[in-house]
Design a protein around this ligand. Structure first.
Ligand code: GAL
Length: 689
């Protein structure tokens, strides 16, 4: 099957809900979209009750008219399959389609995503509406692509209906074959949990101490949810491939308990993401010096690890807010444009705003679109027009270009899912990933996320000169071998504490820490402690390097301390603990191996310690020779056709002074920049190298 792999280039558009507005408004809406430079709209993803008002009776008239009107204005359309919002008749007649919480509470009609992914009748009804829609709209000239469902696993990412328990048993039988093997994998010898009949086996259920299921079961549960969500989507993807092979298929993520890499590889042409950067400004961030909306670049990098070029199916275009939650400030003038270019700077080739006009009814009356209820042009509409004009000029040049980074933060699904429950490593990975991201952001070192998967090859790893794999508690033997090959072939690999001590079932290896990584790192862990309560963190003291002139700087070492023992002769100690009973003992080690090197950091990373390692590795911004930027400006690079495009994004509400020591063409304003220049608050520049 030929996949398009990349979204159509440089398309700007908007999500539009014809069913929400009087039909008399459609033509005016579409005409104004064209004036703004939009060329694509998404529709129908929540319209099941209109498309199939009663079981087996399909009515496409409203969308026929909407598609015809869109086509008359030269707009292209992405159709959503409406399976995230099943109609009332469906769940009334087939209550087994409903989802149930772990506590056994049935979720009912009235919101969305209240159904499961396993009930046979629900799967069948989803298949039918998908088939009918595809057959009906396959020849419409406006339609170019499909979105499966909407945000799989967004409102909820756990499922405990009867159908799910039954499907889980089948999944386990396929995976383990026998109850003996299941008992072994789940360590049921502990607390007499041994199963003697498959009917005793369930997904996690309420337990004596609330929320304390068997951890090995809890890990398998997430793998099962991912697999059943994949199967749910596949049923639709297969139908679409059969009936509309001339259209592309995508879906919008990125949510929990779903292997979005497999989803994309096996079913989609490319992945899409819904980007709402304002989410990271409303969380009462307790972090010092937070990156706020710039944090979204980390998630966009994760999206890029799935699809190097992707679509933003929903780009924030106003204040967010449901009736009773998620209330957000309005973007300041320029911020909506900044966020649009943030997406593009990270690999988006197609961007649709959410949404054309703010809904006047329902839960999302405060989730603002480009227009307010009054439908008058406002500053967001004017900003969209500016972006439309700009992308009309430059979009084609940028589309399809690949992001460039020589460092990646490594993640994997097993550790992510195990870490949701296991507080001895899960929270550390997020904290350390963030620390590295911040250190690299503020130093203008473009960085990627790399998901280590069973299919990952050495060549994929060797695309990066440095990999930071902060706390991979679960490490299989073959993963350790792959990582060793990476180092021997010239890569620099950096681990943090809690590495390598669990197998893929979540059993702890009867080996000295760091388990599978001990041979590679040339160290073991002599002693360790959680840093908590009365156990205060002590800093680490860096063993001075010649460049540091004997300045034995201290940096923070948070959350966990592992006291390292050097086992191999070629290991050097980079830092020691500066206090407590392990004063002077190794905290950070480095070992040259083959052409590369491996570091072990015995604690959780902080921005400062990540920065110090970057300094010791002599890693600087790839633009350091010709460009000086303040830390509030992000730098990303997209490359292709012999050109590199350097995106400069100013996240601050104040001007940023930048200095270019070589003149460069600037794309957005079509001018040459050199010397000292100013980037206005929230402004963007794209330099051509
Ligand atoms: C997304 C969703 C949209 C809309 C938006 C604002 O998660 O896909 O349908 O709900 O958020 O809440």
């Amino acid at each position: 099957m030929t996949r398009t792999q990349v979204p159509p280039p440089s398309m700007l558009g908007v999500c539009y809900y014809p069913e929400h507005w009087p039909e008399a408004m459609w033509n005016d809406d579409f005409a104004r979209m064209k004036e703004l430079g939009f060329s694509i709209i998404r529709m129908a993803e929540f319209a099941w009750a209109i498309l199939e008002p009663e079981e087996g009776r399909y009515d496409f008239a409203l969308f026929d008219r909407a598609l015809d009107a869109a086509h008359a204005h030269g707009l292209k359309v992405i159709l959503g399959t409406p399976t995230a919002t099943p109609p009332a008749w469906l769940t009334q007649k087939y209550p087994e389609a409903l989802n149930v919480t772990r506590d056994g509470v049935t979720l009912h009609h009235g919101m969305r995503q209240h159904t499961n992914h396993t009930s046979p009748i629900f799967l069948e009804l989803c298949a039918r509406i998908t088939r009918e829609m595809a057959a009906h709209f396959r020849s419409h000239p406006a339609v170019i692509g499909w979105q499966i469902d909407n945000e799989l696993n967004c409102e909820i990412s756990v499922y405990y209906s009867e159908a799910d328990h039954a499907a889980f048993r089948l999944w386990l039988q396929a995976k383990y074959g026998t109850l003996e093997a299941l008992n072994e994998a789940w360590g049921t010898v502990f607390w007499s949990q041994t199963y003697t009949d498959w009917q005793q086996v369930y997904l996690t259920r309420p337990t004596a101490a609330p929320g304390q299921p068997n951890p090995h079961l809890a890990l398998d549960e997430k793998r099962f949810i991912s697999d059943s969500t994949l199967a749910f989507a596949k049923r639709q993807a297969d139908i679409l491939r059969e009936l509309v092979p001339h259209h592309w298929i995508t879906t919008n993520g990125l949510f929990g308990h779903l292997d979005s890499h497999r989803l994309t590889e096996e079913q989609l042409d490319f992945f899409s993401y819904d980007s709402y950067p304002q989410f990271s400004t409303i969380g009462g961030d307790t972090e010092e010096d937070p990156l706020l909306d710039r944090n979204w670049s980390l998630t966009l990098s994760a999206v890029r690890s799935i699809s190097p070029n992707f679509c933003i199916m929903e780009q924030q275009s106003g204040a967010g807010g449901w009736v009773n939650r998620m209330d957000m400030p309005s973007p300041r003038p320029g911020q909506m444009r900044l966020w649009t270019y943030q997406s593009i700077a990270h690999g988006a080739d197609m961007v649709l705003y959410f949404r054309w006009r703010t809904a006047t009814v329902g839960n999302e009356i405060y989730w603002h679109g480009i227009h307010d209820y009054d439908n008058r042009p406002n500053r967001r509409v004017r900003e969209a027009a500016q972006i439309g004009q700009e992308l009309g000029r430059i979009g084609e040049r940028i589309a399809g270009k690949k992001n460039q980074a020589s460092i990646a933060i490594v993640r994997d699904y097993d550790n992510e899912w195990d870490g949701e429950y296991d507080i001895w490593h899960g929270p550390f990975s997020w904290q350390s990933g963030k620390a590295w991201f911040k250190a690299m952001q503020r130093r203008h070192i473009p960085n990627d996320i790399l998901y280590l998967r069973p299919t990952t090859t050495l060549a994929e790893l060797l695309r990066y000169s440095v990999l930071v794999y902060p706390h991979p508690a679960i490490m299989r033997e073959d993963t350790a071998h792959l990582l060793t090959d990476y180092v021997k072939a010239g890569g620099t690999l950096i681990f943090g504490c809690r590495t390598g001590y669990k197998d893929e079932r979540g059993h702890c290896y009867m080996l000295p820490f760091p388990g599978q990584a001990a041979a590679l790192t040339g160290i073991t862990v002599d002693d360790f402690t959680r840093i908590k309560g009365t156990r205060k963190p002590v800093p680490i003291r860096w063993v001075s390097s010649p460049e540091e002139n004997g300045n034995q700087a201290l940096t923070r070492a948070d959350e966990f301390h592992e006291v390292l023992r050097v086992e191999a002769e070629d290991v050097t100690v980079e830092a020691v603990y500066a206090g407590d009973y392990y004063e002077g003992q190794p905290a950070v080690t480095r070992r040259g191996l083959g052409e590369g090197e491996v570091w072990y950091f015995g604690a959780v990373f902080h921005e400062e310690s990540a920065g110090r390692i970057l300094d010791r590795l002599n890693i600087h911004s790839p633009a350091a020779d010709w460009l000086r930027l303040p830390s509030t400006v992000e730098l990303t690079l997209r490359e292709g056709d012999g050109r590199t495009y350097a995106f400069l994004l100013n996240y601050a509400n104040e001007p940023a002074r930048i200095t270019l020591t070589e003149p460069k063409e600037e794309l957005l304003r079509g001018e040459v920049l050199s010397g000292e220049c100013e980037l206005a608050p929230y402004d963007v520049r794209i330099l051509v190298l």
